[in-house]
Unconditional design. Structure first.
Length: 384
């Protein structure tokens, strides 16, 4: 039986967006959500900061204001933001070869792989040739070295193949080479810390009572194992595959997987990505020049992605509006999602940032129904 506590929505909501609060409450009551949080910002003003449900289904522990959850691939937007900050400082050039900053990466024909190819998922380095485990990824320098030694799986720049995990490994290595700091250290010191945002890539002091337990999605019915061994989709998504139950393990939390293990909530996600929405400025502090933010909208690929099997228009580090996420409107808008449904939308035209994080996972890698519903409801309210 669903308890009243499991369906209670707490937090603040601008009256104009009351239907968004009602939608979250309905989804909690119907079991479409177990625990979730939602944040909407207009510039620096928080219009919606809501949370509800339970963070741990087994114990019934409530989802609180400071609950954190694994955001899966939404983490990539934080990694991309870090890379853009280095671009802004003149320390990185998206049009330069990765090997300029990481010489070993030039091996096996990758001398022409550009930084923007990685940011746009077009580098051809979508996965590892060697069989990997999730524990192998924790040893980030060794995982990066393996990628440096292998050949690209297709001609760099020739369309996208989602870099599900290598996005974080390659870009974290570049950040480390340029700054002398790990990706997690850079994000903490240069983005999350100055903003007071509770988002971490690498939780070295875990607080179990704050971490939500992810709930695995229902099976899709598709047998990935039936794909040919040389399938790019299989080699990317199953190498390694890891269960959602791993995301509360101390070793996973402490690892810095810049593509998949950022821990945060809707408030911290929206706050950090409001830098993009604000043309480089958030809470009165300039993080990026406006012209650096505009580079996000340089289209890197526009077509059916080799891994996702869906049409995705990739800009520089984020996706741009397209049919795979119909709730996201057209315009100067960028977004990305995490496996299971978490999403962030930065709408520069309207000055709106939307963050959503949850623990009950949908099976879709892109285009899950809940985030689409929330995003559409926000725009419906604000466009009235």
């Amino acid at each position: 039986m669903t308890t009243p506590a499991a369906t209670t929505v707490a937090g603040e909501c601008d009256p104009r967006l009351a239907p968004v609060r009602d939608l979250l409450a309905r989804k909690l009551a119907a079991g479409d959500e177990v625990g979730a949080c939602l944040c909407v910002m207009s510039g620096d003003e928080v219009l919606v900061d809501l949370w509800g449900g339970v963070a741990d289904a087994a114990s019934g522990r409530a989802w609180e204001r400071d609950t954190l959850a694994n955001t899966y691939s939404l983490t990539k937007t934080m990694t991309a933001l870090a890379v853009l900050m280095l671009v802004d400082r003149g320390l990185l050039d998206p049009d330069a070869p990765v090997a300029r900053f990481w010489p070993e990466f030039a091996a096996a024909g990758k001398d022409e792989v550009l930084v923007r190819h990685v940011l746009g998922h077009t580098s051809g380095v979508a996965g590892w040739d060697r069989r990997m485990t999730i524990e192998d990824l924790y040893r980030r320098r060794e995982a990066a070295s393996l990628l440096a030694g292998q050949a690209p799986w297709w001609r760099p720049g020739d369309g996208s193949g989602y870099h599900a995990l290598t996005f974080g490994t390659v870009l974290a290595e570049i950040v480390g080479r340029v700054t002398g700091r790990t990706l997690g250290e850079f994000v903490a010191a240069e983005i999350a810390g100055p903003l007071g945002a509770d988002y971490r890539i690498g939780v070295t002091e875990p607080e179990p009572e704050r971490i939500a337990s992810m709930i695995a999605p229902p099976p899709t019915g598709f047998d990935y194992g039936s794909l040919p061994p040389d399938s790019i989709l299989r080699r990317t998504l199953l190498n390694p595959a890891f269960a959602p139950s791993v995301t509360t393990d101390p070793d996973f939390l402490a690892a810095e997987l810049g593509a998949a293990n950022g821990q945060g909530n809707a408030r911290s996600v929206a706050l950090m990505q409001s830098i993009v929405t604000g043309g480089g400025t958030a809470r009165g502090r300039r993080f990026l020049a406006p012209e650096t933010v505009e580079r996000i909208f340089e289209v890197q690929a526009d077509g059916v992605d080799r891994v996702l099997g869906a049409p995705v228009r990739f800009g520089l580090g984020w996706a741009l509006p397209g049919p795979s996420m119909p709730g996201v409107p057209d315009g100067r808008v960028c977004w990305w999602t995490g496996f299971g449904g978490s999403i962030v939308v930065s709408d520069l035209d309207r000055g709106i940032t939307i963050g959503y994080v949850m623990n009950k996972m949908a099976p879709q890698l892109v285009g899950a129904p809940n985030p689409n519903d929330y995003v559409a409801a926000v725009y419906d309210c604000l466009d009235r």
